[in-house]
Design a protein around this ligand. Structure first.
Ligand SMILES: [Zn+2]
Length: 275
């Protein structure tokens, strides 16, 4: 039983500010300790249910936020920048179930701590088959392509709600209630970790019966941006067609190709940031 964990940072209990998510400094050291606690809780739960191999993909910032030595379960650590599959790098090698830990709300949804959809300087709104989607649904394209179910998602309440249309079968752990993008009522880290471990255990036990992400194919991913410049640059990406002044559309029946186009859009549009 192999578990793939894609972890972000903004959705971890106790984290409400960018200073806790961006090095260097004391708040960041606190943030990465909180993050490690939740990732290890997910690993502990998976191991308790019989998982034999854990691959952890660091999906936040420079993507090297943890001390590899401190990961439980002798987990493999996918870290560092310029990953072709970004938040899902490593899943292409296969797994039995995917966990999404420390995820956060989309930039276009209700208030959610540190909400964004990949790049907040560029992307203003994304829909998948017409429904608002956050990073969980976009990343689910890779799980769909690999034929792997998503068994667990953790974050604030908004994160769980946005996963509903796409990840109906996933265990959800709400570790905080956001009241703004920079404030939340947080569960104590020990409580959050215990609940994540329990849900991870259930997810591994249920893995064989979990359905794949609910994304009918062919699918359409509409990516709305802040400026026309960004949409023009994005349209240079293979598979991305400019469909409005500030929108590109990525479509097709190959979810992996769609995700690769989306990743390329996030990389190339950094060239057109600034307003
Ligand atoms: Zn992040």
């Amino acid at each position: 039983m192999k578990v793939f964990i894609s972890f972000d940072m903004e959705g971890v209990a106790g984290i409400v500010d960018w200073s806790q998510c961006i090095p260097p400094g004391r708040p960041y050291e606190e943030g990465r300790r909180l993050l490690l606690g939740e990732v290890n809780a997910a690993i502990d739960g998976a191991l308790a249910a019989g998982a034999t191999e854990i691959v952890c993909n660091d999906s936040h910032g420079a993507m090297n936020n943890l001390d590899p030595e401190l990961l439980h379960g002798q987990a493999t650590y996918v870290s560092g920048r310029h990953k072709p599959l970004y938040m899902m790098q490593g899943l292409e090698a296969g797994a039995d179930v995917v966990f999404m830990v420390g995820y956060h709300g989309s930039i276009s949804g209700e208030s959610s701590v540190l909400s964004h959809t990949y790049n907040p300087s560029v992307i203003s709104h994304v829909t998948l088959n017409g429904a608002r989607v956050g990073e969980s649904g976009i990343n689910a394209l890779v799980a769909l392509a690999c034929g792997v179910p998503i068994g667990l998602i953790t974050g604030d309440r908004q994160t769980a709600a946005e996963a509903d249309p796409f990840l109906a079968d996933a265990e959800r752990v709400v570790v905080k209630e956001s009241f703004t993008r920079f404030g939340a009522v947080n569960q104590h880290p020990e409580v959050a970790r215990a609940r994540i471990a329990e849900a991870a255990r259930r997810a591994v036990e249920r893995a064989a019966n979990l359905r794949r992400p609910a994304i009918p194919l062919p699918a359409t991913l509409d990516v709305h941006m802040q400026t026309a410049d960004m949409a023009e640059v994005a349209s240079w990406v293979r598979g991305a067609e400019r469909t409005a002044v500030r929108t590109v559309t990525i479509g097709g029946d190959d979810p992996m190709a769609m995700f690769r186009s989306f990743v390329a859009v996030t990389y190339i549009t950094r060239q057109s940031e600034g307003r």
